[in-house]
Design a protein around this ligand. Sequence first.
Ligand code: SF4
Length: 191
Amino acid sequence: MPLANPPLAARIALAIGRVAQAQRTALQAIATERGLSPLQIQILDVLAAGEPPVPRTQAIARELGVGQPTLTESINALQEKGLVSRTFDPIDRRRTTIALTDAGATTIADLGALPTALEEAITSLPPTVQEQLLEGVVGVVDALHAAGVISAARTCTSCAHLEPTESRCRHYRVPIRRRDVRVDCPAHAEG
Ligand code: SF4
């Protein structure tokens, strides 16, 4: 009896799921070591990357795909640890701006300097395969964003600043070759 093989898309989804699992495991290990939760590390990471999103609870919750109460709880914990601070809007005290403290910035800089197992695995692939992988994964990110499954993609391939016929970014005035495509670009404009 021939080996039943699931459809190509299903096998790719399974492989991406394995990659996501590796990322979750690595994040959990780092979080445990630092006495933080994975979500707390993600919040620090978003704040360190800068806008967008604006550093407010609602926008960060949308970015990370979690509910506002969950996010507020994590921000409270980060504030107690001295890693973030809150500034109240003088006109509407229900609105607060969240910022990294010096200790928070140091923590996330330390973590960012660590090469992840996933990055190392990707680096081990031939450059042409890395480019194909980037193209394919960015295509999946764009499709998920277009379907409303993820709130932010900010990819060159979905950006109004991309001049597709010349493969150039009108904003930064640089070529965007296949390997240059960015994800989570701060200057991205919805196309
Ligand atoms: S602004 Fe950013 S996302 Fe848009 S094309 Fe230029 S580099 Fe890419």
